[in-house]
Design a protein around this ligand. Structure first.
Ligand SMILES: Nc1ncnc2c1ncn2[C@@H]1O[C@H](COP(=O)(O)OP(=O)(O)O)[C@@H](O)[C@H]1O
Ligand SMILES: [Mg+2]
Length: 274
């Protein structure tokens, strides 16, 4: 049976300020979901809370995979249950090559009880798997010899993200693809990579407004966040409409929640002025 990621009444605060105010979301293994919403609505906060980032305090609600509550678990334990944690490690690790990083990450997920220096996947086996995955993704095998994130372009960072996904093969991947910093090479890498990896064993929640990403990876479900809640659910048509028309319609349909957003904006504006 397919696994189920269930987010139930999730409340998250940052620095004591409530940001998520009761998020409900269900994702089955193999599904593609788009999470959309205006800037500041809480999309990245949801991604960080799922990953177990310490700054994002869960004040109420549950995050479950097949009935197991993840809220009290460390990021590593969440990864072992099948959640993809893109930001689990420091951005740049001097002297660590892509291949070494991946060998450790994959060993951590597959051999949960391993101690440092033990239980690594044998080098030959790992190299063979890495090569096969890179070839399947159309990636240059030389990339694995680069130092991790050392001078990576936007596209190369995305290549790293896709390669991690291909090697870790999580049940649930949450990808926060901010639309601003993505150049066209990066968008192509993510669009094509995800399309190649998608299958019955992986679910993806794509946080993006980017048309091309969603065209290549047509979501079965689209969810719209506003002021810390998911206010609408639909299919790929909804993603398309939001891309064309923006969020004015969503705000009109949910005036009370949109008003909370305005209050927050006003507060921010006052702080900015002061
Ligand atoms: N680390 C943080 N420190 C302070 N405020 C934060 C932090 N992360 C998020 N927020 C606040 O939470 C709200 C939601 O932000 P975010 O989740 O980044 O929205 P989105 O990704 O939808 O643009 C914003 O008001 C933002 O200012
Ligand atoms: Mg964001």
């Amino acid at each position: 049976m397919n696994s189920l990621l269930k987010i139930d009444n999730l409340h998250v605060s940052v620095n004591g300020k409530p940001i998520l105010k009761g998020v409900n979301l269900e994702v089955r293994q193999g599904e593609t979901h788009a999470l959309m919403g205006p800037n500041g609505s809480g999309k990245s906060t949801l991604a960080y809370a799922l990953m177990g980032h310490p700054r994002y305090e869960i004040t109420d609600g549950r995050i479950e995979i097949d009935g197991v509550d993840l809220v009290a678990l460390e990021p590593d334990a969440r990864a072992r249950l099948g959640l993809f944690l893109a930001f689990q490690y420091p951005v740049t690790i001097p002297g660590v090559k892509v291949a070494d990083f991946l060998r450790h990450a994959v060993s951590n997920v597959r051999n949960p009880d391993r101690k440092e220096g033990e239980g690594l996947i044998p080098m030959r086996e790992f190299r063979k798997e890495l090569k096969a995955r890179m070839e399947a993704l159309g990636m240059d095998v030389e990339f694995a010899r680069r130092y991790l994130n050392d001078g990576f372009s936007g596209g190369e960072k995305k290549r790293m993200e896709i390669l991690q996904l291909a090697m870790l093969r999580p049940k649930f991947a949450i990808l926060d693809e901010t639309d601003s910093g993505l150049d066209s090479d990066a968008v192509r890498v993510v669009s094509e990579g995800l399309a190649r990896l998608a299958g019955p064993e992986m679910a993806v929640v794509i946080i993006t407004h980017h048309e091309r990403l969603l065209e290549f990876n047509r979501p079965q479900s689209t969810h719209v966040m506003l002021a810390g809640r998911i206010v609408e659910n639909g299919d790929a048509t909804l993603a398309h409409e939001l891309h064309d028309q923006g969020y004015a319609g969503v705000r009109t349909r949910h005036p009370a929640i949109a008003a909370e957003e305005t209050v927050e904006k006003t507060e921010e504006a006052l702080v900015a002025k002061a």
